[in-house]
Ligand binder design. Structure first.
Ligand code: PMV
Length: 330
């Protein structure tokens, strides 16, 4: 069977996914909205081979550890069942952004894997099915399948929980200036974090208000209304972190520098710079602004003590095949 290589970008959520209705299926407790991050990518090659005795999974040139390998093998198993064969596969995945920067790679990794592995299995999955498949590996990976600005519908069951593009990359020239901040401790991974979300008494309030935040964020993106966008993005991030900090046990992802960057961004916005911030399950701050403000945004945060580096990412395209013109995804 032929090898296929796919690439996918990570994404940054503006309305965040935190907590599952089903941990096994990664069915989210709420819908979410994100943008893909151009200039950061995972490239994954997959080849099913009838002569191979076991799946071989390499990540960044090394054999994957048992937990990562198991997540990959589960996705391969799902495809083997769909394609009705039992061949093992060789999987090689490379990130062009260094691991350890705290830029999560599971979204781009499982999006690229879903596309490369399904094609190598001889399956042409349409975009919604591909997004659903990627979701099984890592929830946020379903949002790295479609292009540009993306919404993941929580759905009611496995079949209708997938992501679609709500606007193409060229729709709005937003830039993510990622302030990389070192973590003192290894943080709790998102899979364990989602399982704790329901232990916070604040999660029910966060979920009850999610439809309003989704609507405001969708409207802000479609109308390119940065003031509306900035307010709702920061509110949503703070709500997620309030849930994290009040879960049992509590999760604290912010470092002092995280808060320093958030405060600098708020002050700059009050002074007229179109800029806002959002933080995932780690200490890095994603500083979002229109391209015209990106130089000022970088200057604002790069010298804050604790900021190691600032990486810029524009709005990225969809997961796609490399060296083989992709079929248009619907
Ligand atoms: O896809 P996961 O399980 O890595 O969860 C992602 C969780 C956040 O990054 C914190 C929020 C999000 O919506 O991306």
């Amino acid at each position: 069977m032929l090898p296929f290589t796919a690439l996918a970008h990570p994404n940054i959520a503006f309305i965040k996914y935190w907590g599952n209705r089903s941990d096994a299926l990664r069915l989210p407790a709420n819908g979410s909205i994100s943008m893909n991050l151009d200039g950061l990518e995972t490239r994954t090659t997959v080849q099913f081979d009838p002569l191979l005795p076991a799946d071989v999974v390499k990540i960044n040139g090394r054999l994957a550890g048992s937990a990562s390998r198991l997540r990959v093998v589960r996705m391969l198993d799902e495809l083997r069942a769909l394609a009705s064969f039992r061949h093992c596969a060789r999987v090689e995945s490379l990130n062009d952004f260094p691991t350890g920067t705290g830029i999560a790679s599971s979204a781009s990794a499982f999006a690229a894997l879903a596309l490369a592995a399904s094609r190598s299995a001889g399956l042409y999955l349409e975009q919604a099915s591909l997004s659903r498949l990627a979701r099984h590996g890592s929830g946020s990976a379903c949002r790295s399948i479609p292009a540009g600005f993306v919404e993941w519908f929580a759905g009611t069951a496995d079949a209708d929980s997938y992501a679609v593009s709500i606007a193409p990359p060229g729709h709005w020239d937003l830039v993510d200036c990622i302030a990389l901040i070192s973590a003192e401790h290894k943080t709790t991974g998102s899979t364990e974090g989602h399982a704790l979300a329901a232990t916070s008494p604040l999660q029910s309030a966060r979920l009850a208000d999610a439809p309003r935040r989704l609507e405001f964020c969708r409207r802000a993106i479609l109308e390119r209304d940065f003031a509306l966008f900035a307010g709702i993005v920061e509110e949503d991030s703070n709500l997620m972190h309030a849930v994290m900090m009040t879960s049992r046990p509590p999760l604290f992802y912010w470092q002092p520098a995280t808060l320093a960057v958030m405060q600098a961004v708020r002050a700059a916005r009050a002074a007229g710079l179109p800029v806002c911030s959002t933080v995932d399950a780690g200490p890095n701050v994603h500083v979002i602004c229109p391209a015209a403000a990106s130089q000022e945004a970088v200057a604002l945060v790069e010298n804050i003590p604790g900021v190691r580096q600032v990486r810029l990412a524009k709005v990225g395209g969809p997961a796609r095949l490399v060296e083989d013109p992709p079929r248009p995804l619907h």
